[in-house]
Design a protein around this ligand. Structure first.
Ligand SMILES: [Zn+2]
Length: 476
């Protein structure tokens, strides 16, 4: 942890020395050490969070540097998923928020310029790209913990719905909650997932279910993009459930999305992607295709919910519309697998949802063994997956989906980045990409990340070249 803050000619600069680290933190002349008390701690936090951005950081003695690519592919598929490129006993250089270079310690060129340089000794620790969580619904009002206990007590889905549960309950709550409250609660969730290693995240609307409330959700997400240091992608999911007043005529709701909502979303540039919950009793394949076609006219690529409970032909329809990703796939037919072959559509598994509502897991082995890629995401939402913890997702994928640790790491980094249009900037340790990565605690091998399930193997998280603390909105 940081041990000293120093002023340099009126400008605040941070000079951090870890106990075990080489303490040569550059030019220390003419610096005055700040004596910090309780107020100093607050000041230090403010500096760490907002003002401190060392120009150059060098990490040395890294036990394993993972996800190294001199130039990054867009994603990895099939057998290559088990082949995670790593470098043992490595160094990593970061400059101006970007990855500058890396190499073996045995070939380390040494430091010629100490100015504005922070040196960190990562002995015994691993560094890997931060998690890229490509599927969440983490803007929501309240929780649905009541439904959780009702379910444990044995109430059926219908009984819970009759008590006012489900997506429509979340929608009602969201409509009555002010934007600032939604922003505040989502910021706390973002801080939590960031400290668990997530550096980029996609967030969907879908608890609005009216034009005004969907716009409100998307504006909340836009505000989060402005306020939070994580990279955030935004998805319009107005077609999440059929609103009560459209139950008799769902097509009229699809019309409203296409003719009223979409033009306004496009005008205000509120979404990066478009999504539909295509499932029996939700939206039909035909309705999904109409929405995706309309979205494409506004330049919105598709990321869709398909095959969670039933295979109704949504995978091949999504592929036909060049969907960026098809998510869920707990039920997957041979035709679905064939439809995905030779395309650039990323299958996405959401094992947290399978755990929480006790449904089958996405058949990862069939997907990967067919030569296809796979990404993993949390599906963080109040109803079916109230966790944004990618470490747990990785463990579940190993335990329940038969994935190897190397495969889950690639699925949760590079392939996750691709599934939200970020593989140019995220997902690998590649010069020129964002310096957004995880430093683990000391460990023997990367396999320990999913092995210690339910634990947090993350010691530090760096986002855009800055160590983050996650304390911004925790009332400290
Ligand atoms: Zn979802």
């Amino acid at each position: 942890m940081a041990q000293g803050v120093r002023f340099v000619t009126g400008q605040i600069k941070l000079s951090v020395c870890c106990g075990t680290v080489n303490n040569q933190c550059g030019d220390q002349q003419n610096k005055e050490e700040l004596q910090w008390d309780i107020h100093g701690v607050r000041l230090l936090r403010a500096i760490l969070q907002q003002e401190s951005r060392p120009m150059k950081v060098l990490f040395k003695n890294i036990r394993v540097l993972a996800g190294v690519h001199d130039s990054s592919p867009d994603y990895v598929s099939g057998a290559a998923m088990a082949d995670l490129p790593v470098m043992e006993d490595a160094w990593l250089a970061v400059e101006d928020g970007l990855i500058a270079d890396y190499g073996k310690m045995s070939e380390w060129p040494g430091i010629s310029d100490w100015r504005e340089l922070e040196v960190i000794d990562a002995e015994g620790k691993c560094i890997l790209p931060g998690w890229c969580d490509s599927h969440t619904h983490l803007v929501f009002a309240g929780s649905r913990a009541g439904e959780f206990t009702d379910r444990i007590r044995g109430l059926t889905y219908e009984q819970i719905a009759a008590k006012g549960g489900g997506i429509l309950n979340s929608a009602r709550l969201l409509r009555d909650t002010p934007e600032e409250t939604l922003v505040e609660s989502a910021l706390q969730r973002l801080n939590t997932i960031m400290m668990q290693g997530t550096v980029a995240v996609e967030i969907k609307s879908g608890y609005g279910l009216t034009t005004e409330s969907e716009l409100k959700m998307l504006r909340v997400i836009r505000r989060l993009k402005e306020l939070h240091s994580l990279t955030i992608q935004s998805t319009l999911l107005a077609a999440h459930a059929i609103p009560e007043h459209y139950k008799a005529n769902p097509d009229a709701y699809v019309d409203e999305i296409i003719t009223t909502l979409l033009p306004r979303v496009a005008e205000e540039q509120l979404a990066d992607f478009i999504d539909v919950f295509c499932e029996t009793n939700y939206f039909t394949v035909e309705q999904m295709e109409r929405i995706l076609e309309a979205g494409a006219k506004y330049g919105l690529s598709a990321k869709v919910h398909v095959n969670q409970f039933n295979a109704i032909g949504a995978v091949s329809a999504a592929v036909k519309h060049q969907a960026l990703s098809v998510d869920h796939l707990e039920v997957l037919t041979e035709e679905d697998l064939q439809a995905l072959k030779g395309t650039r559509t990323m299958p996405v598994g959401l094992p947290g949802c399978s755990l929480f509502i006790r449904i089958p897991y996405t058949p990862a082995r069939r997907i990967i063994d067919a030569g296809l890629p796979l990404a993993l995401a949390t599906d963080f939402n109040p109803g079916s997956a109230p966790s944004g913890n990618m470490n747990l997702v990785n463990s579940l994928a190993c335990i329940h989906m038969g994935m190897l640790p190397a495969e889950v790491i690639q699925a949760s980094t590079l392939n996750g980045a691709y599934a939200m249009g970020l593989s140019q900037s995220h997902g690998t340790i590649t010069p020129g990409k964002e310096a957004s990565f995880i430093i683990t605690r000391k460990m023997q091998s990367l396999d320990e990340i999913p092995y210690y399930f339910g634990d947090n193997p993350v010691e530090e998280v760096w986002v855009k070249g800055t160590r983050v603390t996650g304390l911004e909105t925790r009332g400290e």
